[in-house]
Write a protein that binds this ligand. Structure first.
Ligand code: B12
Ligand code: SF4
Ligand code: SF4
Length: 389
């Protein structure tokens, strides 16, 4: 057993002999189409839409906007990107510029420019990680079962974060939370594609990806964008969990960022708010483990972490007729920026013995509770009429 594989401050432990690259074919979203042993086999997320429409938080307008929010992402996936499950990516990029290849021996300059462009294309934060030779966090196979072999020259992944709307998330598991999620997927596809196209126009390889090709959470942790939480998600030091992740795999020379630590692992040990707020009890409330307690093929063993039960989580989505973000809503790190929150984060980082107090205060202040949908719908001044749910 080995404590991680990177030198320096490692925010996780990885068992080198027990860890294997994960096949995307085993993720719940793929299994629902082929694995009859999955309790939710063949069940679609939106199958109860007709039953649910009209209930509080499940308005007709909400369903329309939720479907619309994905449109750029879905169009991109099905027509423009390699993310279409078939055909499998060729990993070839076109150099659309007539100019000669851009030659730069200054990886620092490349990194700074790419990060600045990433912001312009919509990222709220952006980081770079090295891809190790074993390609540990790259999927072994795609959803259709085809092997993934990144070109040897690909050395880096640029990890892009897209912010979601705080008020919308607070209504989870109701539709406004799903709308900001879908919208962030569309913006993630846009940002990743623009950045990849820029790099490709410079004459380098660049493979844009939102969910495909690799595991976004560990790659974001390696890119210094945050820490890993009990609920299996990335926690950013400023935006908490209200971020979606996209990636660009590339060979342009870059300077990788270092993983960061700001007290999340210790805080999660005493907090458990996500586990309590999970309607399907999919989040463990004990200590991290090396293997998934549910022995599900949808978890990837060999990392000392909290394993979320993906099967029961997805099953709840089918009952809810949309997805769920309760575990993001409940997390004390999911807060809008503010001086008081910054002070608490300073204490979480430096004085860990106070963590229980912060969790209690978070509860007392009512943070993380489900918000009325009206709070979202009426939050803009231009809406002066009552919205009927
Ligand atoms: C499939 C999937 C799901 C499925 C099934 C997951 C599964 N195990 O099959 C289900 C339905 C459960 C799901 C639910 C949600 N998901 Co999801 N999901 C994914 C997806 C597409 C693939 C992940 C995967 O392959 N998991 C399979 C194995 C590896 O799972 P696992 O062993 O349990 O590992 C998980 C974590 O422990 C972590 N992880 C894996 N290996 C390692 C290694 C190290 C060292 C560390 C630190 C962490 C880590 O990543 C995995 C995330 O599922 C990713 C995008 C991506 N490519 O990563 C988004 C993703 C992880 N999901 C995301 C989100 C936000 C959610 C939801 C909140 C729904 C929502 N409203 O968006 C819930 C939260 C559920 C939860 N608490 O985990 C975000 C996370 C953003 C963030 N801030 O971290 C991602 C990155 C999508 C995105 N574009 O941003 N998801
Ligand atoms: S998305 Fe909802 S059901 Fe799934 S783990 Fe998070 S809280 Fe539980
Ligand atoms: S809700 Fe609490 S336990 Fe869960 S991820 Fe956030 S800080 Fe960690």
């Amino acid at each position: 057993m080995k404590e991680g594989f990177l030198k320096g401050r490692i925010p996780f432990a990885l068992d080198d002999s027990g860890y294997h690259r994960f096949s995307e074919r085993n993720s719940v979203f793929s299994r629902v189409g082929w694995d009859e042993s999955l309790p939710a086999f063949g069940r679609r997320i939106w199958e109860r839409e007709k039953e649910m429409v009209g209930r509080k938080g499940y308005s007709r307008v909400g369903y329309a906007a939720n479907a619309a929010s994905w449109i750029v992402h879905d169009h991109w996936v099905s027509r423009l990107s390699h993310e279409a499950s078939e055909p499998q990516p060729e990993f070839l990029t076109q150099v659309s510029s007539a100019l000669p290849r851009y030659e730069s021996d200054d990886p620092r300059l490349n990194t700074d420019r790419i990060k600045r462009l990433g912001q312009v294309f919509g990222a709220c934060d952006i980081g770079v990680a090295s891809i190790d030779e074993q390609r540990r966090f790259v999927y072994s196979h795609d959803r259709s079962g085809k092997q993934i072999n990144l070109p040897e020259e690909i050395e880096y992944v640029i990890v892009i974060l897209i912010q979601m709307d705080y008020l919308a998330l607070m209504t989870s598991p109701r539709l406004p939370a799903s709308i900001t999620k879908g919208n962030a997927y569309s913006r993630a596809a846009f940002a990743a594609d623009c950045l990849a196209e820029t790099i490709s126009n410079l004459g380098y390889q660049a493979i844009p990806s939102v969910n495909s090709i690799g595991l976004s959470v560990p790659l974001a942790v390696l890119a210094g964008l945050g820490e890993f939480g009990r609920n299996g998600l990335l926690i950013h030091p400023k935006f908490g969990q209200s971020v979606r992740i996209a990636k660009v795999f590339t060979d342009i020379p870059l300077i990788p960022d270092s993983p960061t630590s700001f007290g999340v692992a210790d805080f999660c040990r005493v907090c458990r708010k996500c586990a309590k707020s999970c309607p399907s009890r999919s989040i463990p409330d004990g200590e991290p483990t090396w293997e998934s307690p549910s022995s599900s093929r949808s978890n990837n063993d060999g990392v000392y972490k909290w394993y979320v039960n993906a099967e029961t989580c997805y099953e709840f989505w089918t009952r809810n007729s949309t997805d769920c973000s309760n575990c993001i809503r409940a997390c004390p790190f999911t807060k809008p920026p503010g001086i008081a929150h910054e002070i608490v984060r300073f204490f979480i980082r430096n004085f860990r013995f106070l963590n229980r107090l912060w969790v209690k205060l978070d509860d007392i202040m009512g943070y993380g509770k489900i918000a009325e949908p009206d709070k979202f719908w009426k939050s803009k001044a231009y809406l002066d009429k009552k919205i009927v749910h």
